[in-house]
Design a protein around this ligand. Sequence first.
Ligand SMILES: *[C@@H]1O[C@H](CO)[C@@H](O)[C@H](O)[C@H]1NC(C)=O
Ligand SMILES: *[C@@H]1O[C@H](CO)[C@@H](O)[C@H](O)[C@H]1NC(C)=O
Ligand SMILES: *[C@@H]1O[C@H](CO)[C@@H](O)[C@H](O)[C@H]1NC(C)=O
Ligand SMILES: *[C@@H]1O[C@H](CO)[C@@H](O)[C@H](O)[C@H]1NC(C)=O
Ligand SMILES: *[C@@H]1O[C@H](CO)[C@@H](O)[C@H](O)[C@H]1NC(C)=O
Ligand SMILES: *[C@@H]1O[C@H](CO)[C@@H](O)[C@H](O)[C@H]1NC(C)=O
Ligand SMILES: *[C@@H]1O[C@H](CO)[C@@H](O)[C@H](O)[C@H]1NC(C)=O
Length: 808
Amino acid sequence: MIVCILALGLFSSALGRHLQDGSDLSRVGRLRGEPGDAEERRSLERRELSRRSAGLNEQTCTALRGVESALQNSTSTYTFKVRSMGSLSLAWVGDGSGVLLVLTTFQVPLFLMRFGQSNLYRSENYGKTFKDVTNVINHTFIQTEFGIAVSPDHSGKVILTGDVSEFGGFRLFRSRDFGLTFEPTDLPFVPLIQMLYNPGDSNTLLTLSITLDLWLSDNFGSTWRKIHNSVCLVRWGPRNSIYITTNTNGSCNDKGMLDLKKTMDYGKTFHTIASRVYSFVLGGKFVFSSIMTGMGTERVIHVSVDGGDHWNIAQLPAVDHQQFYSILAANQDMIFMHVDDPGDSGVGTIYVSDDRGTVFSKSLERHLYTTTGSDTDFTAISSLRGVYLTSILTEDGNIETVITYDQGAKWQPLRRPQNTDCDAETSTNRPSRCKLHIYASYSTAMKMNVPVLPLSQSNAVGLILAHGNVGDSESVLAPDVYVSDDGGYSWLQALKGPHHYAILDSGGLLVAVEHTNSPINQIKFSTDEGQCWHTYNFTSDPLHFSGMDSEPGSRSMNVSLWGYRNDYTKWVVITIDFRKVLSRDCNEGDYEEWLAHSADPSGSNDGCVMGFRETFLRLRKDSVCWNGRDFAITKKHLPCPCSAADYHCDFGYYRPENKSECVEQKELVGHALEFCLNGTTEQLQTSGYRKIPGNQCEGGFQPERKETDLRRLCISDALHSKSLTDSSSPSAAVIVMVVMAILLVSVLAGAWLVKKYVCGGRFLVHRYSVMREHVEANKIEGVDDVDTNYMETEKTQFNDDSDQDLLE
Ligand SMILES: *[C@@H]1O[C@H](CO)[C@@H](O)[C@H](O)[C@H]1NC(C)=O
Ligand SMILES: *[C@@H]1O[C@H](CO)[C@@H](O)[C@H](O)[C@H]1NC(C)=O
Ligand SMILES: *[C@@H]1O[C@H](CO)[C@@H](O)[C@H](O)[C@H]1NC(C)=O
Ligand SMILES: *[C@@H]1O[C@H](CO)[C@@H](O)[C@H](O)[C@H]1NC(C)=O
Ligand SMILES: *[C@@H]1O[C@H](CO)[C@@H](O)[C@H](O)[C@H]1NC(C)=O
Ligand SMILES: *[C@@H]1O[C@H](CO)[C@@H](O)[C@H](O)[C@H]1NC(C)=O
Ligand SMILES: *[C@@H]1O[C@H](CO)[C@@H](O)[C@H](O)[C@H]1NC(C)=O
């Protein structure tokens, strides 16, 4: 979790460009951003707009006295001596150790060889000062792609993969002491991807060689053994399991021909858990795999909740090969799945699963997710359970933000912040549409002027920072920064214009830096969850700002601003320690009780979400004090009686707009609901409600629901193609099954039938699915956000990409 590689490579390409054409002086590199020319131009145009700044609610704010001088004493500047044109990556080692490693790399791709130079720096004081420690790795060149591999368990293990091709190979530099000393080890192979730590035991490492052999070390990289060949993709699973796809022909291009294998004993034995696999992902307790049906290029999503021993076809609407599926989020209870609508509409439908991941209910229609791949605003809010936000595309072409507070059961627009007004046209012509709209990944992908994504942290309860605007849809104007302190129920405009922001001290302190193309000298901070902002000029020599960084986990009080000065050649880091501002330790009186999800204080079920209500102790807004590194959330948990809101509509049912009752789909009235699970037919007797997975309500509304095993064999997976094609017998005379069988026999008929039976899109049908390659393979990132057990970092995405690069 602590691994935080912020590749500043963009800056290098920007700078490289700048040096070539000598004109684009205003270009600023950004952490994690991928500014394109269009954005640059637009942000230049918008500079006028974003120049207004400072605290918005100044009238009501009282100045903090003596802050300027206290902060001046706590501001450190470090200039990197090396004239580095290249990229800069940084990694925090350990939790609370204050150790930050920085690798600057300058590399030139020279045909297939790489040539370059790296420098390694180490800070022990949260980035205030650095030491050039390039000598501890013997001045070995480290490719940017391999970066700094930090163990996820905070044990202080670090691996750098050095390129010693002049001596014919690669050398690992391994540290167990937070990067103080490194031990060199020559690798018996040429690595293709960064070392993958076993999340359950950081002494065990996996990696792939460029010949696609899978290598494992169980002594932290000291010795290696080859455990498999022809491996296309590898992932650590829970409990020391390893999942791989392999190809017997040795070619990973042949995607639908892959075998999915699993080992529980570090590669001594492998079992094939699925064949004819196209791709797989792990998320929450689920394993997903798309498996060829044996007919043409069609494939279908299979789900397993027991690590791949048993598979079931996910019951989702049919899609043709222009459409795609994507897993938006998964936790231990359920998943959110996006299913693309037919045609190039850019929208689809979100379905939520049951706790087996097989039976899905419709959650949100017209969900914006462009076919170019990963452009969706879907965001899991980690500061309050059950909260997700995303965007829909309305019939008349507006992009609107919607939020759910109960894990997808109900979605609604965001309220307009109290301290804002809509533009004149909207407020007079369409007052009901004057709402807040949040900018997330979609806007970033569209190169709008949004420097950072919405931010929330589990230890900063209820707090969300995000860019947005108030109006009838997302506007093209520069966004402002909005803050919610109650998990998205109410919002406040906090800062005018786009900013970079960070949460420090578990929410006790927010900091922000204006996003502009001119050099900056000012940081803004708030001690009351974004209501009042104070400013501090941290330098007299303004900085071209690249990015802001603080220790992951938001417990720190130190924030580092990275950038460069006018000569463009030297990295500068300015670290500000806010401890002097929040000099007093918080005590009991600084906290107050807060009921989460409280939308209607007079209602008897107020605060009930997912079957229980939670009361937190939160810092009072007017308390200016330090939560401290050891701050732990204090909460009380009370069960709630069940109501209709604790249920998803069951298979075959839907909730009409603005209604809380579930209604049976017309086309299903009078039919028995049957589906195939684990190889036998299950009959579903339902009054239309299915408890939301993870919901803990007790008593109250308890609708009847029964699944009966009819003891009739059926096909619940496509693992054996013969049985599938042989099985289209009409004796399973239930709509679901007939539709499935016919679809399996003929793709063309399938497309036609889908239109016919899936009318309204409400009828969930067993069917093979066509997922687009990269959506399938890469969308696991969203999954990992939710399930921190096997949180993967940006590096993993790199692994996928590098696989692809090699294989093409
Ligand atoms: C700043 O730090 C110096 C020592 O480093 C100390 O003598 C001085 O009192 C400090 N000033 C303030 C305003 O804290
Ligand atoms: C450092 O590199 C030199 C050659 O450049 C080599 O002779 C020496 O053994 C290396 N030392 C270590 C500790 O790797
Ligand atoms: C892989 O092997 C299968 C049979 O095992 C064969 O049908 C297929 O054409 C081969 N693919 C390639 C790319 O060689
Ligand atoms: C701080 O810097 C801003 C420009 O960024 C300037 O307008 C302001 O006057 C400065 N404030 C102080 C106290 O120097
Ligand atoms: C900030 O950095 C200093 C070292 O410069 C460290 O002693 C302190 O603990 C850090 N503060 C927090 C809250 O992490
Ligand atoms: C649902 O409620 C909203 C606002 O309360 C209203 O604008 C909309 O027309 C309603 N929809 C239906 C189908 O009644
Ligand atoms: C399928 O059967 C296995 C045992 O035969 C059981 O462990 C598993 O939970 C079943 N899966 C489902 C989804 O019912």
